[in-house]
Design a protein around this ligand. Sequence first.
Ligand SMILES: Cc1ncc(COP(=O)(O)O)c(C=O)c1O
Length: 396
Amino acid sequence: MTNETTRNWKPATAMVHGGTLRSQFGETSEAMYLTQGFVYETAEAAEARFKGETQGFIYSRYANPTVDMFEKRMCALEGAEDARATASGMAAVSAALLCSVKAGDHVIAARALFGSCRWVVETLMPKYGIETTLVDGTKMEEWEKAVRPNTKLFFLESPTNPTLEVIDIAAVAKIANSIGARVVVDNVFATPLQQKPLELGAHVVVYSATKHIDGQGRCLGGVILSDKKWIDENLHDYFRHTGPSLSPFNAWTLLKGLETLPIRVKQQTESAGRIAGHLACHPAVGRVIYPGRNDHPQADIIARQMTGGSTLICFELKGGKNAAFRFSNELEIVKISNNLGDAKSLITHPATTTHKNLSDDARAELGIDGGTLRISIGLEDADDLIGDIDRALEKA
Ligand SMILES: Cc1ncc(COP(=O)(O)O)c(C=O)c1O
């Protein structure tokens, strides 16, 4: 097999060729290695492979050629030394967090987290003796105030789900570095194309590959990226022995997704920018939160830290939950779904779905109320989407 190294390719080139492992057949498209295990010519060869004296695959819970290609292509995009692919985004988040700390350590996390991430921090980690504190991630003084002698890890998502708050990653990393703590960033909403947490000082980046990386609503997946030493020392054994591994079939689907990621994200962001501007002028719409707009509360940080807007828009309907439900039900092209990053435009009512488990106070703190909607813009023609939105707003 030959391994296609990425040299100094630009993202669009690296996403088509990066990490490709060609077999003896010289296939054009990446091969799907649907195999659980691997065979050895001799017992001695098996022994040498297990001892690490020879390179090669052993068992697909440890590593698999198709999964390996996906990990290498993600490294090329993120500028990371190493990666481990997981069966879902939540497997990536929970592995990255749990493998960074031990009982007695303290974790500080931004409170604006996707519901399941917040459950891992607030409910799961304390069960195993890990102390956790949630802060308003946009306020650097809150991160500083929360630091304890045993603080080992900072965790944040930016832009946040669903209100698209943007956290100053470089400033958070500076505080963490000053006390020797590590920073894990969930970069799902930005995508690897619009924000580079490792360049901003973060130590670990995680993705739900289910979202833009697949981008066509087919399979679940996740990935953790960091330096090789951290992955070797912290994730290697965890992956071998607990098995959150990505299936080769899903890895192949995600590899195909990566080939079109740059062009999809560019188009979806362009349409989202237009639609955000349109929504902001509509009398039925209260506030519009969109990272590409000058009135975004963290517009200055976005200008420094992100290279594009977003494929997502958060907005308020003035008529509260009733108006939000009527509007969603009237949409024809945009579908109601809690997913995002898809080729199909999707609308979510966070208060009753993704963030329904939070208390009313916690939701209010995050700025989510009955009229809040999150829309993920897909690959449809933007004029058709605007037509669909206008018609539904009219009827609602
Ligand atoms: C910000 C964020 N992180 C993590 C996840 C979890 O990803 P998955 O559904 O692939 O487990 C999601 C999913 O919605 C998300 O929005």
